[in-house]
Design a protein around this ligand. Structure first.
Ligand code: GTP
Ligand code: MG
Ligand code: ZN
Ligand code: ZN
Length: 500
């Protein structure tokens, strides 16, 4: 805006000088219209002459007296300057679908707007119906020289400023997107699960606008249609703190411009997913604190309150969509957002509608498959064979595998590179522990108690499989182990800073 004022100022000063010279010329009786660098002189009489003569014969229709001519030229000059300063040309408001103000050089038809500025009194008069528009129309011949001259100046200045602004935008934008792609990559809506490059943001006045990045709305900040400024780079970290809005479900969220690390839990009802998640978040927070990293827990399901009640979690309701998520940040590490998808074991029953999974498994940094060893043994010893039953852990893993490969387009021969943790839960139970520890490894345990199918499916579908024995309750809880493994695999910076 300040730049725009300067631009008009320069053009107006130029027009004013020319106006003074013209008046002096008329006073001396030469009757010429002066341009500081006189084009009539410059291009010679052949081109300039006829135009010059035509102009003064037009003026003589109004008057051939010196004083009235000067007065009318003064009025024309005044109208041109007043037009430049009047409201309509300053209007930079953005459209309804993205209500923020354009840079004056980059709004639609900016160049045309610029050329129109000296003529603006005409449109302004037209808009203000009170002022008879006929008056400025009658005065057009007296506005003409000054307006044209200002236009010439404005064209030159506008092009210069446009080039400068375009270069500034390009440089700032490529720097900004490089940082974003390195430290953030994408964002996830914890409500509808969709992922996208950047969310929308909500101004303090409630207007929802596109994510502010250096572009035609501004280099360092954008301005909403109500005049509020929003940072359009994250140089000082303030953009990351803005209220974000999901572009799909319009749910409010925060991204902190943190890199999302998404972990999904898979496992039958009561296999210990929710308990393990809460216990893991509790130890991860403690570990973070030890390492001077701030962990900010956002969702209720893993809050300190939930941690206190972790020994009595209710079964996760079917259809539960919201993800649990928390942020990890410190001065020396780009912020991370850990997102955990914990859904009810009933969702994995092969007969359940699988639309829910469409979004869950499209992007993932790790999958944790939980298995209750007591149930493994109970199934082994029971009469009914595990095969053929719909809700056995193997059937659940199979149905998960089918969904996963379908959603991600893997063929039977292509293995996923996503880390896959197979977890035997409830290891704080001494009976469970004695049976599992009697075998040389968790895989061996599964194999011995007729669950080799689990390892087979996991290892046929995933390149990176690791087995864990986890106790989520009791004093020696190690629930965070599979999480630490996945976090380390997916982010080297986090691994070096927090888990070494
Ligand atoms: N002793 C012991 N009990 C556990 C452990 N993990 C889970 N449990 C218990 O097992 C039961 C089921 O645990 P949940 O965490 O609700 O299991 P889930 O997989 O989330 O089950 P759904 O949400 O219904 O699919 C609860 O009574 C837990 O307290 C553990 O490590 N040790
Ligand atoms: Mg649960
Ligand atoms: Zn606003
Ligand atoms: Zn959403």
């Amino acid at each position: 805006m300040a730049l725009m004022g300067t631009l008009i100022g320069i053009a107006a000063v130029y027009a004013a000088i020319s106006f003074i010279f013209t008046v002096l010329d008329i006073n001396e009786g030469t009757g010429t219209f002066a341009i500081v660098v006189d084009p009539f002189e410059l291009f010679g009489r052949t081109i300039g002459g006829p135009i010059h003569d035509a102009y003064w014969s037009l003026i003589s229709i109004y008057t051939d007296q010196k004083l009235p001519t000067m007065a009318l030229l003064a009025a024309g000059f005044g109208l041109v300057v007043a037009g430049c300063a009047s409201k309509p040309t300053w209007n930079l408001k953005g459209k309804e679908d993205d209500p923020k103000e354009y840079l004056f050089t980059h709004r639609p038809k900016a160049f045309l707007w610029c050329l129109m500025m000296p003529w603006n009194i005409l449109t302004a008069a037209w808009r203000l119906k009170k002022v008879p528009v006929i008056l400025p129309i009658l005065l057009i011949p007296f506005m003409l020289p000054f307006a044209l001259m200002m236009d010439v100046i404005l064209i030159v200045l506008f092009v210069i400023i446009w080039v400068v602004m375009t270069v500034r935008i390009r440089l700032a934008a490529s720097e900004d997107s490089a940082t974003y792609e390195k430290d953030t990559q994408y964002a996830v809506c914890p409500k509808c699960k969709r992922n996208f490059y950047q969310p929308n943001v909500k101004c303090k006045c409630g207007l929802v606008v596109s994510y502010p990045v250096p572009n035609r709305y501004g280099v360092k900040y954008h301005t909403c249609n109500n005049g509020h400024k929003m940072p359009s780079t994250n140089a000082d970290g303030s953009r990351a703190k803005m209220q974000a809005v999901c572009p799909y479900c319009r749910g409010e969220m925060f991204t902190h411009e943190a890199k999302p690390i998404v972990i999904s839990l898979v496992g039958s009802v009561g296999s210990g997913k929710t308990t393990m998640m809460i216990s893991a978040v509790e130890s991860l927070s403690a570990l973070a604190k030890e390492k001077g990293i701030v962990s900010e827990i956002i969702s209720d399901g893993i809050s300190v309150n939930a941690q206190r009640r972790k020994a009595n979690v209710p079964p996760t309701p079917a259809g539960e969509l919201d993800s649990e998520y928390f942020f990890l940040r410190s001065r020396d590490l780009p912020e991370k957002e850990v997102i955990i998808n914990d859904i009810s074991g009933t969702e994995f029953h092969p007969d359940r509608d699988k639309i829910l999974f469409e979004e869950y498994y499209r992007y993932n940094d790790g999958i944790i498959f939980t298995r209750d060893p007591l149930e493994v043994m109970a199934l082994h010893h029971s009469q009914s064979p595990t095969k053929g039953s719909k809700n056995t852990p193997t059937a659940i893993l199979e149905s998960f595998y089918h969904m996963y490969t379908e959603i991600n387009g893997y063929g039977p021969a292509v293995k996923s590179t996503v880390p896959f943790a197979v977890v035997l839960t409830k290891m704080d139970d001494s009976k469970v522990r004695s049976y599992v520890d009697a075998e040389s490894s968790p895989a061996e345990f599964l194999s011995k108690y007729s669950h080799k199918m689990i390892s087979d499916i996991a290892e046929s579908a995933f390149k990176n499989v690791k087995y864990f024995k986890v106790a989520s309750l009791g004093d020696n809880s190690n629930a965070s182990e599979p999480f630490i493994w996945i976090l380390s695999e997916s982010d080297q910076g986090l691994r070096d800073r927090m888990f070494k």
